[in-house]
Design a binder for this molecule. Structure first.
Ligand SMILES: Nc1nc2c(ncn2[C@@H]2O[C@H](COP(=O)(O)OP(=O)(O)OP(=O)(O)O)[C@@H](O)[C@H]2O)c(=O)[nH]1
Ligand SMILES: C[C@H](OP(=O)(O)O)C(=O)O
Length: 209
């Protein structure tokens, strides 16, 4: 199955601006994307990065500088026009994604399979329904459930900590330090991040230069 991996190339991860400088956010976003691409490939599927601009990644790249929903829906139109039976969409900021977690998503039955993100987002989708289109941002999981039902699709959801954890805010970096297994975790460690205050809820600190 072809799996679209949307990637904002310029100015990614702006909600991490209090913790990471602009160049660091770009490097960290690329490390997360590389982990996601590896996990998709290891699960036996074919990632295609849906990027806002040219970017050097280990997968084919489709460039579309329109906003996220428009770009994803245009790629879905093309895929189903070309005869695809199903298409995946997996966000590039799922730093905890593993082949096993993705296998559960890819193996699930249903016309539209949704992997909710914490806080109301939609972190991954598999659609076998040629009429289903995405509507990202805001409480998109609710919008995607409704959009799927509106086209008569049988909707399923995957309950997965690893797929629900997209990395948006600095608290999410703690999850990457604790549970990450790839380049994103390595990048954070090399940048000096470590666990702090582990006697209560885990928090983060950065070693002084
Ligand atoms: N192709 C494409 N991908 C996008 C776009 N905006 C975000 N993405 C990707 O979609 C996924 C979810 O993105 P968000 O967390 O909403 O946005 P972000 O740019 O990563 O981070 P913020 O700037 O903090 O909102 C990530 O994989 C982004 O790289 C866009 O306009 N086009
Ligand atoms: C793209 C968006 O991601 P978030 O802004 O919730 O991380 C969503 O899942 O609808």
């Amino acid at each position: 199955m072809d799996v679209l991996v949307p990637l904002a190339v310029d100015e990614p991860k702006t909600r991490l601006a209090g913790t990471l400088a602009a160049a660091e956010r770009t490097a960290f976003a690329r490390a997360m994307c590389a982990d996601v691409l590896d996990a998709i490939q290891e699960s036996g599927h074919d990632p295609e990065v849906l990027a806002t601009a040219a970017v050097d990644v280990d997968a084919p790249v489709r460039i579309d500088d329109r906003p996220l929903t428009k770009a994803v829906n245009a790629a879905l139109d093309d895929a189903f026009d070309d005869g695809a039976e199903r298409v995946g969409i997996v966000m590039a900021d799922l730093a905890l994604a593993t082949p096993a977690a993705l296998d559960r998503l890819f193996a699930a039955e249903g016309d539209v399979v949704l992997a909710p993100g914490r806080g109301g987002g939609t972190n991954a989708i598999v659609t076998r329904h040629p009429g289903f289109r995405t509507d990202y941002h805001g409480v998109s999981i609710r919008d995607h459930r409704e959009a799927a039902r509106a086209v008569g699709a049988d909707v399923r959801e995957v309950d997965s900590f690893r797929l629900a954890t997209d990395v948006d805010e600095s608290d999410d970096l703690v999850e990457v330090l604790l549970h990450g297994e790839g380049r994103a975790r390595e990048w954070l460690v090399e940048a000096g991040f470590e666990m702090a205050g582990a006697d209560r809820r885990a928090t983060l600190r950065r070693a002084q230069e």
